[in-house]
Write a protein that binds this ligand. Sequence first.
Ligand SMILES: Nc1ncnc2c1ncn2[C@@H]1O[C@H](COP(=O)(O)OP(=O)(O)OP(=O)(O)O)[C@@H](O)[C@H]1O
Length: 285
Amino acid sequence: MTIRNLQEVAAIPKSEPPLVSVKDVGKTYFTGQSAVHAVASASLDVRRGEFVSLLGPSGCGKSTLLMMIAGLEKPTAGSIDLLGSPVLAPRRDIGIIFQDATLLPWKSAMDNVLFPIRILKLPVHKYRQRAQELLDMVGLTGFEHKKPGELSGGMRQRVAICRSLIHDPDILLMDEPFSALDAITRDQMNVALSEILETYRKTVIFVTHSIREAAFLSDRVVVMGGRPSGIMLDMPMPFARPRRFEVEETVEFTQVCRELRLTIEAAHGHASSNHAAPKGAAVIE
Ligand SMILES: Nc1ncnc2c1ncn2[C@@H]1O[C@H](COP(=O)(O)OP(=O)(O)OP(=O)(O)O)[C@@H](O)[C@H]1O
């Protein structure tokens, strides 16, 4: 089982082909008589070890793009390659985390983490130690035998993160994983996720409404928006790693967040921050 560390990632040459390649992808949903153009033409490359956030207001197609990368929705235009092969269906080299932890309520935290191993018909005993290491890393030592109902929302989401990592996927897709948590727990989860990724370095595509969350976690932030929706901005985050809360108190962080916010507002025809937030952009924190 490979555990990639930061030094290894830093050593990945920029010339290496992207791990995820989204080319001119579009998605139109047809429901009865009407058509919804969820994503117009989106192109995006993600390199191995990168953390890329998809940021934008409600309804701009972030989840749709993520679900297409996961192979859970089919594009109506363009193509998506993962590790050099086209995505045609859900794949084992991907781990997915949704807003709701969706744990099995009758199973313990340990058994929930090991669940993908059972589904994949791999030998469970070989993965117990890794499951324990993951639970230890997210601060759940001593909670292995608790059922989801006995855990807090933040704890359940930590179990879900462990579950997504247990089979050592190359890519993690995360759809607003912390948006149901209170602000303090959410901040703690952001730091916990950063720490996890410093050890179990993965390629991550992360959907969020939160500018600060995107800026804190990401190597690049991709802003989606416009009508029809596409990619408005692809911006590298200039903050050194490892990152701790203090980065959010820097002038540079505030400037980056401002630029992201202005791009989102411009996408909605509101270039000035003095305007009231447009419908749809009201969800941006
Ligand atoms: N299964 C579906 N059938 C029809 N329309 C859909 C479907 N899924 C999404 N849509 C529409 O596609 C558009 C994009 O939705 P999507 O959920 O991808 O946006 P989003 O940016 O992730 O929004 P949110 O942040 O609120 O989750 C919306 O107009 C939505 O109503």
